[in-house]
Design a binder for this molecule. Sequence first.
Ligand SMILES: *Cc1c(COP(=O)(O)O)cnc(C)c1O
Length: 384
Amino acid sequence: MVNGFSTRAIHAGQDPDPTTGSVIVPIYATSTFAQDGVGGTRGGYEYSRSANPTRTALAECLAALEGGRHGLIFGSGMSATDTLLRVALRPGDHLLIPHDAYGGTFRLVDKVLTAWGIEYSPVDLADLAATRAAVRPSTRMIWCESPTNPLLGIADIAALADLAHTEGARLVVDNTFASPYLQTPLALGADVVLHSTTKYLGGHSDVVGGALVTDDSELAERLAFAQNAVGAVPGPFDAWLTLRGIKTLAVRMERHSDNAERVVAALVDHPKVSRVYYPGLAEHPGHEVAAKQMRRFGGMVSFQVSSAGGVDPEAEALRVCAATRLFILAESLGGVESLIEHPGRMTHASTAGSLLQVPADLVRLSVGIEDAEDLVEDLLRALG
Ligand SMILES: *Cc1c(COP(=O)(O)O)cnc(C)c1O
């Protein structure tokens, strides 16, 4: 029988250290490992770019949480993305990306990988007919985010997996926004799960990292080869911080979801808010799919400010972002502290003028785990 989520988060890959009994996995701050005779490694470790025990513990833990056989831990979410795209695709291949993809993913695909010969189409993955129509004979991958960033769109992961597989393509799910506590894409048919562990997994805004999890052993071997060849690895302290964050993932995600629901309830009827984006809302177009594939709806909320009173809505959105006291004006998300940002000028500035451009009056919140009443009061005061 598979242990429950929190038991795996706290114990998977993290047996007490066999030599000292250390309950917590040590930070193996070493670049190299002694060999008993040439080629005689103790436990397979030779050099920390190839493998390091602290990183291995994190890889095993995250694989257990996503329900996958193989985990690979990277120095950032973007290095995980880059390694995966270059291993799974060849020049001339085509991929579909969400029309509101994470800004860094869009930039990597649009500015770096097209120069390498990759072709892509942005598509609204919530629209299955449009997604099917965008598939070409050369399509080898569908890149899915659900919920999306920053518009909180929901894609039907099981349906996309079916579509990808009929077309001879892989489905990759960037599961950063949901975390494995809220959603496990491999169980829904996805081939690879990607994380920016910088966000909810680390959970404390103190470390940058990335990860891939897959059941495909052949792909995992090629990814590990490429990772070692390119060197996109985190140091052992970063792996350790992430492992420490993961232990409390379940309780944090419950509280993020509770607080986000309270914030959404305060925003929906607010006269200065024209639209709230949250998959937990019954009127959200992806609500039913989200309810089917997610445990809860998470801590990310976006909203548009209303243009009432002749004020330029973008100026009003910028004013609100600068007026909160508890919600810190900053990029990133998924930490214990609440953050506010303006996607159009900050995280998604690189999409300006493209199909992926976001509304100018959009505000994105990463709702933290402070006291909900303090967060609501802060937002209401900032809205005025
Ligand atoms: C942050 C983020 C990334 C990139 O990860 P880094 O750790 O910043 O390199 C990718 N996808 C999503 C959804 C993200 O939020």
